[in-house]
Design a protein around this ligand. Sequence first.
Ligand code: FES
Length: 160
Amino acid sequence: MSVSSTSVRMTVNGRPVEAEAQALTTLAEYLAVVLEAETPERRRAEGLEGPAVVMMNGESVKAGRVLAVSAASAQIRSFGGLARHDGVLTPLQRAFVEAGAMLCPDCAPSLVMSALDLLNRNPIPSGEEVRDWLEDSLCPVSDADRAVSAVLAAAAATRS
Ligand code: FES
């Protein structure tokens, strides 16, 4: 039995892309192809390992739980597309680095993307709100305290 695929287009990190996707191809699998993230290291750099949180039309989603076909025409931003092309980190990424919250290469990029969504919705969150928001992207051994500190520091920096 042949598995049919369809051509899916979207915009990833500001670049129009097109690739074949089957009905059950996840957005994470699709992004790994178009971002040429064929090794675990490359997938980590793009934030496609662990919870694999990306921004889809301005809201954070877990790319492994979204079908590529349902993301057709969407605007996607991955962790790897956050920093400027010259490598300058965003204030939020810097806050994560300074708080020592980039320890785990699997989940830290997803925590950053999830925090970005939170700060877009609520620029002055409480520690409790940050912790609740990030909970879904934390694993049992994640250092939640450092991640929360990083998000609060980034929020404070944008107010000053
Ligand atoms: S996946 Fe990152 S600490 Fe567990």
